[in-house]
Design a protein around this ligand. Structure first.
Ligand SMILES: [Zn+2]
Length: 646
């Protein structure tokens, strides 16, 4: 019996888990390879190599033209079995691919009495349409199969892209195996895409060709150039590799190449745990144009798959290092969510566009403190009528009320003052969407220069408001610019008849955060008119309605924590709900086994409400998985409960 348990530690579809086969129990992700690599789990072809001995193996049934069933008797209980298929069928087209899978289904029929289907691995053929692949995989699932392998050619071109696409079609509780030519630099990327097992074949092949692999490059030892120094266990004893005889060199190269794979896999796992896997992937793809274009294509076409498993909260600094970050799941989701969920408060009559600052949240930076002082000097309490909007790349626009939100308060970008065409357009697009939400009489004041100014100019033709510029292309923090801002705001006070009104920063912040977190309507439900708000924005703000607390804004996270009363108020919105099927909630966790239904919009890190079968609220808490995982997984912590009905 095999089992694949997926553990916590989301950063995109990547996961850690446990693979059990017979008495074998191995942590995932892990490496598999030909016998020479001495991996924990090796692979071989049934009937072609000697009978498997030693550790557990993944055994491939040879091509379907032979009577393959007779080979099965060679497999031991700890071995899993790769179903028969032709290795490369791309030239045969979709119909042949379908036949390959049908043949594998028939093969299972013939051996079911001898082999538990959970030991079998489907070999995904190329060129199946997504719809066909999904429906055929469901058939395998119903037979009890729980693993699939996808073949890479290593060129990171269209074929490898379609292998990645196939990966996204697998049922989420299956073990995903990447076979073929996989270089060390591809490991973080494939792990990020949700692969659990990686082929070491390329390490062995390279060693036999006299090639030493590194994280980002390859080195031919027989090429005549003085080899690099390496302190790994395989290389350390040899001062000049060129003097080694063929056999010793091969053993040394193989040992070194395996060390490189192990080290990059271990770095990938650690990055996952630290929430920095995406950063590692982006850093490493820059070593190759093909890898870079593969990631860009993945960002674009497989976005919904990446996004589904990317947490919505985090406290690690998010390093956004280049164009590959512009459409990463965290960044694009922020822009999308802001565009669809943020509604400016009605009392905002003037939009003030400001540049971002290196220090976050922005209002704690020196430049923003100067801006805020200038606004208050000009219009005093009427500041609450000003929609302060921060322009930034690649997040687009950030309303002042949401500056503490993740990732707005946690990102870091290379600052040069120059914006490339793509980031200018991304920010302009976000600005246009943002400004269209304000009524036409609202005036826009742009207190920006440099790249920020280009963004505003690029958006200007697409919006109906009048835009007033205040910096004359000087630095927004300069004395002249600030003076000009003060004068402009002063003039606007009369034009727009801005009145001194009570500061509404608490209300605006909590309502905007509620809408961002739970969708439109949540702000009104949790923070209705007349709600009492108290606390400190840089620490915690508590919201009470009729003396009952509904939620609290936690500054560190920039998000709201619900109380049971708050959870009840959100039920009519029918979002972020989880239905608990068990009888009674025990302890501080809800496990996936107790959940058959949940909102598919839930992401790891979301605040969720837990309902019983009568649609009554029984708890509120934080999700540890996406909604689909809660429903499909049989194990694992799904929700950390914050409050529950006693
Ligand atoms: Zn080495």
């Amino acid at each position: 019996m095999t089992e694949f348990l997926i553990g916590r530690g989301h950063d995109g579809p990547a996961r850690v888990g446990v693979y059990r086969m017979g008495s074998t129990k191995v942590q995932t992700p892990f490496l598999v390879g030909p016998p020479s690599t001495e991996s924990i789990i090796g692979y071989a072809t049934l009937g072609r190599n000697d009978s498997p001995t030693g550790g557990p193996m993944i055994l491939a049934v040879p091509s379907p033209i032979h009577d393959s069933k007779s080979f099965i008797s060679g497999a031991r209980e700890d071995d899993s079995i790769l179903l028969p298929s032709f290795p490369a069928v791309s030239f045969l087209g979709a119909e042949a691919a379908e036949l390959m899978l049908e043949n594998q289904l028939r093969f299972i029929d013939g051996i079911q009495d001898r082999v538990d289907p959970s030991r079998l691995i489907v070999r995904i053929p190329r060129q199946l349409t997504p719809g066909k692949l999904t429906s055929m995989l469901a058939e395998f699932s119903s037979l009890g199969v729980r693993a699939a392998s996808v073949l890479f050619d290593g060129w990171l071109g269209p074929h490898d892209y379609s292998a990645l696409t196939d990966r996204t079609m697998l049922p989420i509780d299956w073990l995903a195996i990447a076979l073929g030519r996989i270089s060390p630099s591809s490991i973080p990327f494939l792990f990020y895409l949700g692969f659990d097992v990686f082929d070491l074949g390329y390490a062995a092949e390279s060693a036999s060709k006299g090639v030493r692999l590194w994280n980002l490059s390859e080195e031919s030892i027989t090429g005549g150039i003085l080899p690099r120094t390496c302190s790994c266990t395989a290389c350390a004893d040899h001062s000049d590799l060129r003097e080694l005889d063929r056999e010793k060199l091969h053993a040394m190269l193989l040992g070194h190449n395996l060390n490189i794979y192990q080290s990059i896999l271990s770095e990938s796992i650690q990055s996952l745990r630290l929430g920095r896997l995406r950063w590692l992937v982006e850093s490493m793809v820059h070593s190759s144009p093909a890898a870079t274009s593969l990631l860009r294509k993945t960002n674009k076409s497989l976005f919904s798959f990446l996004e589904e498993f990317t947490p919505t909260s985090g406290q690690t600094n998010l390093s956004l290092i280049g164009p590959e970050s512009y459409n990463s799941p965290t960044v694009k989701r922020f822009r999308d969510c802001l565009a669809s969920r943020y509604t400016p408060p009605e009392h905002k009559k003037l939009v003030l566009l400001l540049p971002c600052s290196a220090r976050k949240p922005y209002s704690e930076s020196k430049s923003h403190q100067r801006f805020i002082k200038t606004i208050e000097r000009a219009i005093g309490a009427a500041r609450s009528s000003v929609a302060e909007t921060i322009l930034t790349s690649p997040l687009g626009v950030i309303p002042r009320e949401l500056e503490r939100l993740y990732p707005a308060a946690y990102y870091d970008i290379p600052v040069t003052g120059d914006w490339d065409t793509e980031e200018t357009e991304i920010a302009a697009e976000a600005l246009v969407t943002h400004l269209r939400k304000f009524a036409e009489p609202a005036v826009v004041v742009a207190h920006v220069s440099g790249g920020y100014l280009d963004v505003v100019k690029s958006a200007e033709d697409r919006v109906s408001q009048t835009i007033v510029y205040t910096t004359d292309q000087h630095s927004p923090s300069s004395f002249d610019s600030l003076q000009s801002l003060q004068n402009t705001l002063n003039d606007m006070r009369e034009v727009l008849s801005l009145k001194g009104s009570p500061p509404a920063l608490f209300e605006d912040t909590l309502r905007a955060t509620a809408d961002y977190q739970f969708g439109p309507g949540a702000g009104e439900a949790l923070v209705p008119d007349g709600a009492k708000l108290g606390g400190k924005l840089y620490r915690m703000v508590v919201c009470r309605v009729d003396k009952e607390q509904t939620c609290a804004f936690i500054s560190d996270r920039g998000s709201l924590s619900l109380t049971l009363e708050g959870g009840r108020r959100l039920i009519p919105l029918q979002r972020y709900w989880v239905r608990f099927e068990g009888r009674k909630l025990e302890g501080g966790s809800i496990f996936a086994v107790g959940i058959n239904e949940a909102d598919s919009g839930i992401r790891p890190g979301d605040e969720v409400i837990v309902l019983n079968n009568q649609d009554e609220l029984i708890a509120v808490g934080r999700s540890e998985m996406s909604g689909r995982e809660m429903c499909d997984f049989k194990k694992g912590q799904a929700v950390s409960v914050r409050h529950k009905v006693m």
